[in-house]
Structure formats: C-alpha cells, structure tokens
Design a protein around this ligand. Structure first.
Ligand SMILES: Cc1ncc(COP(=O)(O)O)c(C=O)c1O
Length: 402
C-alpha cells in the first residue's frame, strides 16, 4: 500500500499558495506546475497541423497520439477510441445528434434525474427533434441512490440509448453502472456514461463498466479545460457525424471537429502522468494509476468521514441524499434558515471555497426539493487536508449558531 503525503502533493500546485481551502474540486481542480508547463511549452514550441514532414508537424502528431494513449490508460480504453472535444457537454451534444440520426417515433431514450444536465438535455433535445420518446429514471431522494431497477424497468426493445452518470456531481452517489449497461445491452441499446465526476476519484475501467461511451473532462483531474469520450473504435466506425467535406473520415478524427487544441492535449497527458507519478516505479502507467488512485481514495475517504461527521454534529445542518452505498467524497448540505448562496458567501470570506447551487444537476436538485437554488457543495480532492476539513466544519458550526 502506497502512502499518500498530502503536504508533498500540495507543493506541486502553485494555486494553493493563495491560501484558500478548495472544496470546489467537483467544479474543477487546481492544476499542478507540470501541467501548466506542458501547456506553455507546447505553445512555445513549433507546432503545425499534424503531419510527418516538418518537426512542427511531427510534434503536433505526437502530441495527439500521446494524449490518446494517456486518456486510454486513465480509463482503460483504446487510444484509437478516444475522441477529444471542447468539453463533455459539447461532445455529448455532438454524439446525441449523431446517434439520433436514425431515431424516429416509437424509439426511446432513457435519462436519469440523478444526472448533470449535460447527460440529460442533449438526449432530450435529440429525441424531441426525431419524435422519439424520453423515459425518466428517478433516484431515491432520501438516500441519493439510483436503483438499477429504476432504469431497467424503463427498458424495451425500442430503447436506443441509456444515458446514466457514473457518479452524481451533486451527491456523489455512484449507481451500479455495470448492471445498468448490461441491461441496456440486453435490449440492444447503447449506454452513454457520464464519468466527469467519477474519474478524479477512482481508477475507471470502461470495459468493466460496460460503457459504450464514457465521457469525462480533464479539468476535473488536474488537467486543462477540455473533454474526451472513450468508445470502441469499431462502434465509432459505424457512426456518421456531421463533418466538413475535406476533413478526414478516419476514426476517431471524424468526430473531432476543427483543429485540436494541441497545448491542452499536452496538458492532458501531463495530468495523467502527474496522477501516475503519485506512486511511481510501477511497471506501466496504468499500474501506477491503479496504485495512485488507491492511495488517493484512502486519503479522501478518511477526510470524507470526518467532514460528514462534523457537519452532522453541527446543529441546523441538513445533509442531502447522503446515504447511497457507494459515493465519491462529495457532500451536499444546507444550513437551516439560510440561503445556500449566503452560506457560500460567508465561507468565502473565511477563505473556504465551497460554492452553492445546483451545479447543473438541475433535475437532481429539484427532486431533492431544493429547487433551482440548490445547496452548498463540498468536495474533497487529493490536495484537501484534515486542517481544511476542520476549518470548514468549524465555520459551518459557527454560521449555524449565529
Ligand atoms: C457530472 C458532470 N457531468 C458533466 C459536466 C460537464 O462537463 P463539461 O464542463 O466538460 O462540459 C460536469 C461539469 O461540472 C459534471 O460535473
């Protein structure tokens, strides 16, 4: 078992020198120096469009191929099945429109109220455009759990896509994705799994999850602001996205509209290498990632237990949907009688960054009875310290007493 030295880990992040306690990781993580340098170095290097003649062309090509290998190592995918794009949201819209091309009346898509809107609205709107039907799977608002049966009960031979989150960005709950994707496969439907919130916290294996498409965003795991989708190349070969006539029809390039952001791809590779470097000396990057996530998870779980116990002990605090069997270290809470935005603002004045809102998990917030105001969200990241958790708990106890 590898030890996790949080002080050493934090020294890699220039942004942490500002002193704020960052519980806003689910919205986006801070960035280590190596990632920032990889972005800057790429911008300071000769880079052209991909090719093999000039050094600049070869550099661009190598950057893309390296980033695909890194992304594939991170999620257990195939490099040729990694599609990069501006964001998870943009990629999901693109793929929803592409998949919907042969939908018609009578076809069905399944979405869940646990999901971020980026894995709901693209499917709802694509279905509307084709006259297809949307089926909604509800999670249990008391526990925060999405039961497998809530999804499988909606499946039929007309189901074309099941869109489900691997972890709720609002509550942290982790549905049983392998069971859901297996049931989808059984009726001939594709699964589109939103891994944006899960990927920073555990070693993902898209094969084990059974996901046909797995989407995530490097800026949630120390990388730059972009997104990628992992899929089987053979599946991508069957799809015909709208694209420019002169652009290549190769997979996965066919799905990558316009010129890729080479500097951000280099930053993505650096982010995966940084994660793998938490516990070096493994025989492969994938093996190093496995050990690293193991060490990070133990660190995060200990802090999560402390945070939830502390918040529960503070009077006038309500934790929302916090009883799912498996969760990421993410807590959603309210202080009775205070608007979430007010709690957020008061924490911010004390150097604690724990924002309030629905975080685009709008359906989830409404189902929890929190409407469009949501609640306060605190996410534990690998760079979170015990002292920061104590500060957050003390500040909330103080706010609740005042
Ligand atoms: C669970 C989840 N899905 C999707 C998204 C959207 O990701 P992106 O900003 O890459 O579009 C987010 C962003 O917060 C998220 O947390």
């Amino acid at each position: 078992m590898a030890d996790f030295d949080v002080t050493r880990f934090r020294s890699h992040f220039p942004a942490l020198a500002e002193g704020a306690a960052h519980f806003d990781g689910p919205g986006g993580s801070q960035v280590p120096r190596s990632v920032a340098s990889a972005v800057a170095d790429t911008l300071c290097s000769a880079v052209a469009n991909r090719g093999q003649n000039t050094a600049a062309e070869r550099r661009a090509d190598a950057i893309v191929l390296d980033a695909r290998r890194a992304a594939a190592d991170l999620v257990g995918g195939t490099p040729d099945g990694i599609v990069f794009g501006r964001s998870m949201t943009q990629l999901t819209y693109d793929l929803a429109r592409t998949l919907a091309k042969d939908w018609g009346p009578g076809d069905e898509v399944v979405v869940t109220t646990l999901d971020h809107d980026a894995n709901i609205r693209p499917w709802v709107q694509a279905a509307e455009a084709r006259g297809a039907t949307v089926r909604w799977a509800d999670f249990d608002a008391t526990t925060g759990e999405l039961d497998v049966a809530a999804v499988t009960g909606l499946l039929s031979e007309r189901t074309r896509v099941v869109a489900v989150t691997a972890a709720s960005n609002l509550l942290g709950s982790r549905p049983d994705v392998p069971a859901i994707t297996a049931a989808a496969r059984e009726v001939g439907a594709l699964s589109y799994v939103d891994g944006v919130h899960l990927t920073p916290h555990t070693l993902v294996d898209v094969g084990a999850l059974g996901a046909d498409f797995y989407a995530c965003s490097p800026y949630k795991f120390f990388g730059p602001h972009l997104g990628f989708v992992a899929a089987r190349p053979a599946l991508l070969e069957t799809l015909a996205p709208d694209k420019l006539a002169p652009s290549t029809n190769a997979v996965p390039e066919r799905f990558e509209l316009g010129t890729l952001p080479y500097e951000l791809l280099a930053g993505t590779t650096a982010a995966v290498d940084f994660l793998a470097g938490i516990t070096p000396d493994a025989e492969s990057r994938r093996a190093a990632l496995a050990t690293a996530f193991d060490a990070v998870a133990r660190h995060e779980e200990a802090l999560m237990a402390r945070l939830e116990d502390g918040l529960e002990a503070a009077g006038r605090v309500t934790l929302h949907g916090s009883r799912a069997r498996r969760r990421t270290p993410t807590v959603l809470f309210s202080v009775d009688g205070l608007a979430p935005a007010e709690v957020h603002a008061r924490l911010a004045r004390r150097g604690v960054n724990a924002p309030a809102g629905t975080f685009y998990a709008l359906e989830c917030s409404r189902r929890l009875g929190l409407g469009d105001a949501g609640a306060v969200r605190a996410g534990i990241a690998p760079y979170t310290t015990e002292a920061e958790v104590n500060t957050l708990v003390e500040e909330i106890a103080g706010i609740a007493e005042s």
